[in-house]
Design a protein around this ligand. Structure first.
Ligand SMILES: [Fe+2]
Length: 337
């Protein structure tokens, strides 16, 4: 029954959706992962994990995963997922908050698998099949509460034609008024990455179709492992897909949520028509700066979205870091001073 406060609106809170995002964590390197408690305390409406939920290639591995047999590889990687899912603070967070994940190089195969064109090598086909099956099971656990297979012989892990995670679109509505929709685009930046192609034409077409079908005032969040532009390393700037994304940003309000770099960051990329493409990076949830070496990271980002603004902030060890919060006007798609 409505209370008086409900009837009068006297205690009405602003209508806001809160989205936490981060990437890069290893239960092997960091069995204790306090970052998840910090995120849960903020009561987000959704959590987006932008890659490297596990590190298939870690220095403690007895052998490099690329030389493992298919079953040995599946066992090895499945154990990493089980260890992450059993991490108590992570388990508590994903139980309480709708969570979506994409993969990046370390949960797809290993660092620099792009440089060696692994997706084109028949010798890795069995490993990629296993990797897909495990990541798809991980996402089914996060999104559908499906039990992650406890047995390596589980039939769910042995589909001979296991599909790539591929592209998925999620419409986020919790906490928002109707008429100001947020569309989350979960892209697969690893399954078709070769030469100067990052997403592949089929996936790009799916994204174009989804954005064209969304309401004109929709805010589009594109979850991507790689950052858009950086001074070095993996980035959309190395691929022909950046021109495609900038052209999309001429038509739609697009903010990327990226990971990979084990640091928090923010970039504005102007389009040819004077519009903006924004890149919110939050990386290093529970890892060291160089996976095994360097300083510890407890990084994540937080978006507060209402009908008129998108506000982004970044936290380290539960506190605001050096990166200043940003506020973007949803209708003009420009930053506010
Ligand atoms: Fe990473």
């Amino acid at each position: 029954m409505p209370t008086l406060a409900h009837a009068t609106g006297a205690t009405r809170k602003p209508v806001t959706m809160k989205i936490a995002f981060t990437s890069c964590f290893s239960a092997t390197v960091f069995p204790q992962q306090p970052v998840w408690r910090q995120i849960l305390a903020l009561k987000p409406d959704a959590l987006v994990l932008t890659g490297d939920s596990i590190y298939i290639d870690e220095l403690t591995n007895p052998t490099h995963p690329k030389v493992m047999g298919d079953f040995e590889f599946l066992q090895f990687v499945a154990a990493k997922y089980r260890r992450q899912l059993a991490q108590p603070d992570f388990a508590a967070l994903i139980t309480a908050v709708p969570t979506y994940a994409i993969w990046d190089d370390h949960d797809f195969l290993w660092n620099e698998c792009y440089e060696e064109k692994a997706i084109q090598k028949k010798t890795y086909a069995g490993l990629i099949r296993a990797s897909r099956a495990l990541f798809n099971a991980y996402c089914a656990h996060l999104e559908e509460r499906a039990t992650f297979p406890v047995n390596d012989s589980d039939a769910r892990l042995w589909n001979a034609n296991e599909p790539a995670p591929g592209y998925r679109e999620v419409k986020l509505t919790k906490g928002l008024p109707s008429g100001a929709p947020v569309h989350l685009h979960l892209v697969d930046g690893r399954s078709w990455r070769v030469n100067r192609t990052l997403l592949g034409s089929a996936q790009r077409g799916e994204i174009e179709t989804a954005m064209a079908a969304a309401p004109a005032d929709a805010l589009h969040l594109v979850a991507s492992g790689s950052v858009i532009e950086a001074h070095k390393g993996d980035q959309w700037g190395n691929f022909e897909d950046l021109a495609w994304l900038r052209a999309l940003a001429d038509k739609y309000s697009i903010a990327c949520l990226s990971g990979d770099i084990h640091a928090n960051d923010f970039h504005r990329i102007p389009t040819d028509k004077g519009r903006m493409l924004y890149d919110f990076t939050a990386s290093g949830a529970a890892i060291r700066r160089a996976i095994w070496a360097g300083t510890q990271c407890q990084n994540f980002g937080l978006l507060d979205i209402d009908a008129t603004t998108l506000r982004g902030q970044w936290l380290r060890f539960g506190f605001p870091g050096a990166l200043a919060p940003v506020t973007i006007d949803r209708s003009s798609w420009q930053m506010r001073p």
